[in-house]
Design a protein around this ligand. Structure first.
Ligand SMILES: [Fe+2]
Ligand SMILES: [Fe+2]
Length: 342
Protein backbone atom coordinates (compact mmCIF):
# COMPACT_ATOMS: atom_id res chain seq x y z
CA UNK A 1 0.00 0.00 0.00
CA UNK A 2 1.34 3.39 -0.93
CA UNK A 3 -0.70 5.20 1.76
CA UNK A 4 -0.48 4.58 5.47
CA UNK A 5 1.55 4.91 8.61
CA UNK A 6 5.24 4.20 8.03
CA UNK A 7 6.96 1.05 9.29
CA UNK A 8 10.75 0.46 9.64
CA UNK A 9 10.94 -1.29 6.22
CA UNK A 10 9.59 1.83 4.50
CA UNK A 11 13.10 3.28 4.32
CA UNK A 12 14.37 0.33 2.24
CA UNK A 13 14.52 1.36 -1.39
CA UNK A 14 14.58 -2.28 -2.50
CA UNK A 15 12.66 -4.32 -3.38
CA UNK A 16 11.12 -1.40 -5.22
CA UNK A 17 7.37 -1.36 -5.62
CA UNK A 18 6.63 1.93 -7.37
CA UNK A 19 9.22 2.10 -10.14
CA UNK A 20 7.38 4.97 -11.84
CA UNK A 21 8.22 7.22 -8.86
CA UNK A 22 11.92 6.33 -9.07
CA UNK A 23 11.94 6.93 -12.83
CA UNK A 24 10.34 10.33 -12.29
CA UNK A 25 12.98 11.11 -9.66
CA UNK A 26 15.78 10.28 -12.11
CA UNK A 27 14.17 12.32 -14.86
CA UNK A 28 13.75 15.24 -12.45
CA UNK A 29 17.47 15.05 -11.57
CA UNK A 30 18.35 15.15 -15.27
CA UNK A 31 16.16 18.25 -15.64
CA UNK A 32 18.07 20.21 -12.96
CA UNK A 33 18.72 23.89 -13.66
CA UNK A 34 19.49 27.17 -11.91
CA UNK A 35 17.82 30.55 -12.56
CA UNK A 36 20.98 32.57 -13.18
CA UNK A 37 21.92 30.33 -16.11
CA UNK A 38 19.49 32.55 -18.01
CA UNK A 39 20.55 36.11 -18.86
CA UNK A 40 17.25 37.74 -17.99
CA UNK A 41 18.70 41.26 -18.15
CA UNK A 42 18.63 41.01 -21.96
CA UNK A 43 14.84 41.25 -21.79
CA UNK A 44 14.96 44.72 -20.24
CA UNK A 45 14.92 46.38 -23.65
CA UNK A 46 11.63 44.57 -24.41
CA UNK A 47 10.28 45.57 -21.03
CA UNK A 48 10.84 49.24 -21.82
CA UNK A 49 8.84 48.96 -25.04
CA UNK A 50 5.91 47.08 -23.47
CA UNK A 51 2.58 48.73 -22.70
CA UNK A 52 1.47 49.26 -19.10
CA UNK A 53 -1.21 46.57 -19.52
CA UNK A 54 1.42 44.07 -20.68
CA UNK A 55 3.67 44.91 -17.74
CA UNK A 56 0.70 44.63 -15.42
CA UNK A 57 0.05 41.08 -16.70
CA UNK A 58 3.66 40.05 -15.90
CA UNK A 59 3.46 41.67 -12.46
CA UNK A 60 0.12 39.96 -11.80
CA UNK A 61 1.60 36.57 -12.74
CA UNK A 62 4.52 37.05 -10.35
CA UNK A 63 2.12 38.10 -7.58
CA UNK A 64 0.41 34.75 -7.79
CA UNK A 65 3.28 32.46 -8.76
CA UNK A 66 5.87 33.52 -6.23
CA UNK A 67 3.86 32.65 -3.08
CA UNK A 68 2.15 29.73 -4.87
CA UNK A 69 5.47 27.88 -5.16
CA UNK A 70 5.85 27.96 -1.40
CA UNK A 71 2.24 26.94 -0.86
CA UNK A 72 2.92 23.84 -2.98
CA UNK A 73 5.96 23.08 -0.85
CA UNK A 74 3.99 23.38 2.35
CA UNK A 75 1.35 21.07 0.88
CA UNK A 76 3.97 18.47 -0.08
CA UNK A 77 5.60 18.63 3.35
CA UNK A 78 2.45 18.55 5.45
CA UNK A 79 -0.20 16.97 3.27
CA UNK A 80 1.57 14.41 1.07
CA UNK A 81 4.99 13.26 2.34
CA UNK A 82 3.85 12.22 5.86
CA UNK A 83 1.09 9.97 4.52
CA UNK A 84 3.16 8.01 1.97
CA UNK A 85 5.03 4.85 2.89
CA UNK A 86 7.01 4.50 -0.35
CA UNK A 87 10.72 5.54 -0.13
CA UNK A 88 10.87 6.08 -3.90
CA UNK A 89 7.98 8.57 -3.57
CA UNK A 90 9.87 10.28 -0.74
CA UNK A 91 12.90 10.65 -3.04
CA UNK A 92 10.75 12.21 -5.72
CA UNK A 93 9.05 14.59 -3.27
CA UNK A 94 12.42 15.75 -1.92
CA UNK A 95 13.47 16.66 -5.47
CA UNK A 96 10.13 18.31 -6.21
CA UNK A 97 10.47 20.42 -3.06
CA UNK A 98 13.86 21.63 -4.23
CA UNK A 99 12.31 22.47 -7.61
CA UNK A 100 9.51 24.52 -6.03
CA UNK A 101 12.15 26.41 -4.01
CA UNK A 102 14.10 26.91 -7.24
CA UNK A 103 10.96 28.24 -8.98
CA UNK A 104 10.33 30.66 -6.11
CA UNK A 105 13.89 31.97 -6.44
CA UNK A 106 13.58 32.09 -10.24
CA UNK A 107 10.59 34.42 -9.84
CA UNK A 108 12.60 36.44 -7.31
CA UNK A 109 15.18 36.86 -10.07
CA UNK A 110 12.42 38.23 -12.33
CA UNK A 111 11.50 40.71 -9.59
CA UNK A 112 15.13 41.74 -9.17
CA UNK A 113 15.57 42.24 -12.92
CA UNK A 114 12.45 44.09 -14.01
CA UNK A 115 11.56 47.38 -12.35
CA UNK A 116 8.60 46.00 -10.42
CA UNK A 117 7.28 47.24 -7.10
CA UNK A 118 8.13 44.25 -4.93
CA UNK A 119 5.93 45.24 -1.98
CA UNK A 120 2.97 45.57 -4.35
CA UNK A 121 3.77 42.16 -5.85
CA UNK A 122 3.93 40.54 -2.43
CA UNK A 123 0.80 42.24 -1.10
CA UNK A 124 -1.48 41.40 -4.02
CA UNK A 125 -2.22 37.80 -3.01
CA UNK A 126 -3.15 39.05 0.46
CA UNK A 127 -5.48 41.75 -0.78
CA UNK A 128 -7.04 40.91 -4.14
CA UNK A 129 -10.23 38.85 -3.66
CA UNK A 130 -9.79 36.71 -6.81
CA UNK A 131 -6.28 35.69 -5.66
CA UNK A 132 -7.31 35.27 -2.03
CA UNK A 133 -10.07 32.90 -3.10
CA UNK A 134 -7.61 30.71 -5.00
CA UNK A 135 -5.35 30.43 -1.96
CA UNK A 136 -8.27 29.79 0.40
CA UNK A 137 -9.42 26.97 -1.90
CA UNK A 138 -6.02 25.24 -1.60
CA UNK A 139 -5.62 25.96 2.11
CA UNK A 140 -8.98 24.46 3.10
CA UNK A 141 -7.79 21.01 1.94
CA UNK A 142 -4.31 21.43 3.39
CA UNK A 143 -5.72 22.46 6.77
CA UNK A 144 -7.65 19.21 6.91
CA UNK A 145 -4.42 17.24 6.27
CA UNK A 146 -2.82 18.70 9.39
CA UNK A 147 -5.72 18.01 11.76
CA UNK A 148 -5.18 15.46 14.52
CA UNK A 149 -8.47 13.77 13.71
CA UNK A 150 -7.29 12.69 10.25
CA UNK A 151 -6.60 8.95 10.16
CA UNK A 152 -5.03 7.96 6.85
CA UNK A 153 -6.00 4.32 7.34
CA UNK A 154 -9.73 5.07 7.21
CA UNK A 155 -11.79 5.58 4.05
CA UNK A 156 -12.48 9.18 5.04
CA UNK A 157 -8.77 9.83 5.65
CA UNK A 158 -7.90 8.44 2.22
CA UNK A 159 -10.58 10.61 0.65
CA UNK A 160 -9.10 13.66 2.36
CA UNK A 161 -5.71 12.73 0.89
CA UNK A 162 -7.17 12.52 -2.63
CA UNK A 163 -9.13 15.77 -2.23
CA UNK A 164 -5.97 17.63 -1.21
CA UNK A 165 -3.98 16.00 -4.01
CA UNK A 166 -6.58 16.95 -6.63
CA UNK A 167 -6.66 20.54 -5.34
CA UNK A 168 -2.93 21.32 -5.23
CA UNK A 169 -1.75 19.02 -8.03
CA UNK A 170 -4.51 18.86 -10.64
CA UNK A 171 -6.06 22.30 -10.04
CA UNK A 172 -3.11 24.44 -8.93
CA UNK A 173 -0.15 22.83 -10.71
CA UNK A 174 -2.09 21.27 -13.59
CA UNK A 175 -4.58 24.02 -14.49
CA UNK A 176 -3.79 27.36 -12.80
CA UNK A 177 -0.06 27.14 -13.49
CA UNK A 178 -0.63 26.17 -17.12
CA UNK A 179 -2.92 29.17 -17.50
CA UNK A 180 -0.08 31.39 -16.24
CA UNK A 181 2.55 29.64 -18.38
CA UNK A 182 0.45 30.27 -21.46
CA UNK A 183 0.19 33.99 -20.70
CA UNK A 184 3.93 34.20 -19.91
CA UNK A 185 4.96 32.29 -23.04
CA UNK A 186 2.65 34.37 -25.24
CA UNK A 187 5.23 37.18 -24.96
CA UNK A 188 7.93 34.96 -26.45
CA UNK A 189 5.43 33.90 -29.09
CA UNK A 190 5.46 37.58 -30.16
CA UNK A 191 9.24 37.68 -29.92
CA UNK A 192 9.28 39.53 -26.60
CA UNK A 193 10.81 38.53 -23.24
CA UNK A 194 12.55 35.54 -24.79
CA UNK A 195 14.81 34.85 -21.83
CA UNK A 196 11.86 35.11 -19.46
CA UNK A 197 10.20 32.61 -21.81
CA UNK A 198 13.14 30.19 -21.43
CA UNK A 199 12.88 30.46 -17.67
CA UNK A 200 9.15 29.75 -17.79
CA UNK A 201 9.84 26.84 -20.12
CA UNK A 202 12.13 25.24 -17.56
CA UNK A 203 9.54 25.76 -14.85
CA UNK A 204 6.92 24.22 -17.15
CA UNK A 205 9.15 21.21 -17.79
CA UNK A 206 9.38 20.65 -14.03
CA UNK A 207 5.67 21.18 -13.49
CA UNK A 208 4.77 18.66 -16.16
CA UNK A 209 6.67 16.05 -14.11
CA UNK A 210 4.94 17.19 -10.89
CA UNK A 211 1.67 16.64 -12.66
CA UNK A 212 2.71 13.19 -13.87
CA UNK A 213 3.67 12.24 -10.33
CA UNK A 214 0.38 13.53 -8.91
CA UNK A 215 -1.78 11.79 -11.50
CA UNK A 216 0.11 8.51 -11.07
CA UNK A 217 -0.27 8.84 -7.31
CA UNK A 218 -4.02 9.42 -7.56
CA UNK A 219 -4.41 6.37 -9.82
CA UNK A 220 -2.30 4.23 -7.49
CA UNK A 221 -4.27 5.21 -4.38
CA UNK A 222 -7.55 4.53 -6.19
CA UNK A 223 -6.34 1.15 -7.49
CA UNK A 224 -5.22 0.06 -4.05
CA UNK A 225 -8.36 1.28 -2.28
CA UNK A 226 -11.38 0.01 -4.18
CA UNK A 227 -13.73 1.45 -1.55
CA UNK A 228 -12.94 4.92 -2.92
CA UNK A 229 -14.27 4.05 -6.38
CA UNK A 230 -17.83 5.28 -6.00
CA UNK A 231 -19.83 7.45 -8.40
CA UNK A 232 -20.33 9.91 -5.56
CA UNK A 233 -16.61 10.39 -4.90
CA UNK A 234 -15.87 10.66 -8.64
CA UNK A 235 -18.46 13.44 -8.80
CA UNK A 236 -16.83 15.17 -5.85
CA UNK A 237 -13.41 15.11 -7.57
CA UNK A 238 -14.98 16.45 -10.72
CA UNK A 239 -16.60 19.30 -8.80
CA UNK A 240 -13.30 20.25 -7.13
CA UNK A 241 -11.80 20.66 -10.61
CA UNK A 242 -14.77 22.63 -11.96
CA UNK A 243 -14.68 24.95 -8.92
CA UNK A 244 -10.96 25.46 -9.58
CA UNK A 245 -11.77 26.55 -13.15
CA UNK A 246 -14.36 29.07 -11.90
CA UNK A 247 -11.78 30.60 -9.56
CA UNK A 248 -9.27 30.90 -12.39
CA UNK A 249 -11.83 32.52 -14.70
CA UNK A 250 -12.42 35.33 -12.18
CA UNK A 251 -8.71 35.77 -11.51
CA UNK A 252 -7.98 36.10 -15.24
CA UNK A 253 -10.60 38.84 -15.51
CA UNK A 254 -8.54 40.81 -12.98
CA UNK A 255 -5.33 40.09 -14.90
CA UNK A 256 -6.80 41.44 -18.14
CA UNK A 257 -9.14 44.31 -17.39
CA UNK A 258 -8.72 45.38 -21.03
CA UNK A 259 -6.77 42.64 -22.78
CA UNK A 260 -3.34 42.92 -24.40
CA UNK A 261 -2.12 42.23 -27.91
CA UNK A 262 -3.41 38.81 -28.95
CA UNK A 263 -4.67 37.93 -25.48
CA UNK A 264 -7.72 38.67 -23.36
CA UNK A 265 -9.52 37.01 -20.44
CA UNK A 266 -11.89 35.03 -22.72
CA UNK A 267 -9.02 33.56 -24.72
CA UNK A 268 -7.06 32.56 -21.61
CA UNK A 269 -10.18 31.15 -19.97
CA UNK A 270 -11.00 29.00 -22.97
CA UNK A 271 -7.48 27.57 -22.66
CA UNK A 272 -8.12 27.00 -18.93
CA UNK A 273 -11.29 25.05 -19.78
CA UNK A 274 -9.49 23.09 -22.48
CA UNK A 275 -6.69 22.12 -20.07
CA UNK A 276 -9.22 21.24 -17.33
CA UNK A 277 -10.94 18.82 -19.73
CA UNK A 278 -7.60 17.10 -20.42
CA UNK A 279 -7.01 16.78 -16.67
CA UNK A 280 -10.47 15.27 -16.16
CA UNK A 281 -9.72 12.73 -18.90
CA UNK A 282 -6.31 11.93 -17.42
CA UNK A 283 -8.13 10.99 -14.23
CA UNK A 284 -10.53 8.78 -16.18
CA UNK A 285 -13.43 11.25 -15.93
CA UNK A 286 -15.47 12.73 -18.73
CA UNK A 287 -14.59 16.13 -20.19
CA UNK A 288 -16.86 18.90 -18.93
CA UNK A 289 -16.35 22.01 -21.04
CA UNK A 290 -15.94 20.60 -24.55
CA UNK A 291 -13.98 23.57 -25.94
CA UNK A 292 -11.15 23.58 -28.48
CA UNK A 293 -7.62 24.71 -27.65
CA UNK A 294 -7.39 28.42 -28.56
CA UNK A 295 -3.60 28.35 -28.01
CA UNK A 296 -2.47 25.46 -30.21
CA UNK A 297 1.02 26.92 -30.22
CA UNK A 298 1.29 25.91 -26.56
CA UNK A 299 1.40 22.25 -27.53
CA UNK A 300 4.69 22.87 -29.28
CA UNK A 301 5.97 25.59 -26.96
CA UNK A 302 8.00 23.16 -24.93
CA UNK A 303 9.54 21.53 -28.00
CA UNK A 304 10.90 24.63 -29.68
CA UNK A 305 14.62 25.09 -29.80
CA UNK A 306 15.72 27.03 -26.80
CA UNK A 307 17.43 30.34 -27.18
CA UNK A 308 21.18 30.12 -27.38
CA UNK A 309 22.79 32.92 -25.42
CA UNK A 310 25.80 33.78 -27.56
CA UNK A 311 27.09 36.30 -25.07
CA UNK A 312 27.60 33.71 -22.42
CA UNK A 313 28.16 30.88 -24.88
CA UNK A 314 25.65 28.86 -23.05
CA UNK A 315 22.79 26.92 -24.43
CA UNK A 316 19.81 27.27 -22.14
CA UNK A 317 18.49 23.82 -22.98
CA UNK A 318 20.28 20.86 -21.60
CA UNK A 319 19.81 17.95 -19.36
CA UNK A 320 22.16 17.09 -16.58
CA UNK A 321 22.88 13.39 -16.45
CA UNK A 322 22.72 11.39 -13.25
CA UNK A 323 26.38 12.18 -12.55
CA UNK A 324 25.95 15.91 -12.94
CA UNK A 325 27.30 16.28 -16.50
CA UNK A 326 25.53 18.76 -18.69
CA UNK A 327 24.79 17.76 -22.24
CA UNK A 328 22.53 18.52 -25.18
CA UNK A 329 18.86 18.26 -24.53
CA UNK A 330 17.53 14.81 -25.17
CA UNK A 331 13.89 14.16 -25.90
CA UNK A 332 11.76 15.25 -23.02
CA UNK A 333 9.25 12.78 -21.69
CA UNK A 334 5.79 13.34 -23.15
CA UNK A 335 4.19 16.34 -21.51
CA UNK A 336 0.99 15.70 -19.70
CA UNK A 337 -2.02 17.31 -21.25
CA UNK A 338 -1.05 19.84 -23.81
CA UNK A 339 0.06 17.47 -26.50
CA UNK A 340 -3.09 15.44 -26.58
CA UNK A 341 -5.29 17.46 -28.85
CA UNK A 342 -4.02 16.03 -32.14
FE1 LIG B 1 6.69 25.10 -9.12
FE1 LIG C 1 5.07 22.08 -8.99
Amino acid sequence: MILGKTSPTDVNLHPMKYKWAYELYNQAVRNSWFPHEIALGEDLADWKSMTSDERFAVQFLMSFFNPAELIVNRTLALGVYPYLKSPECHLYLAKQMFEEANHCVAFEYVLETFPLDRSKVYDTHLELPSMQRKEAFINQYLTRMTEQSLDIETTEGKKDFIRNLVAYNIVMEGIWFYSGFMVALSFRQRNQLRNFGSLINWVLRDESLHLKFGIQLIHTVLEENAELLTAEFAEEIRNIIIEGVDLEVNYNKDMFPKGILGLNADYVNQYVQYVADRRLEELGLEAHFGVTNPAKWMSTATDVFELVNFFEQQNTSYEVDAHGHKGEKKDLPAQTGDKKEE
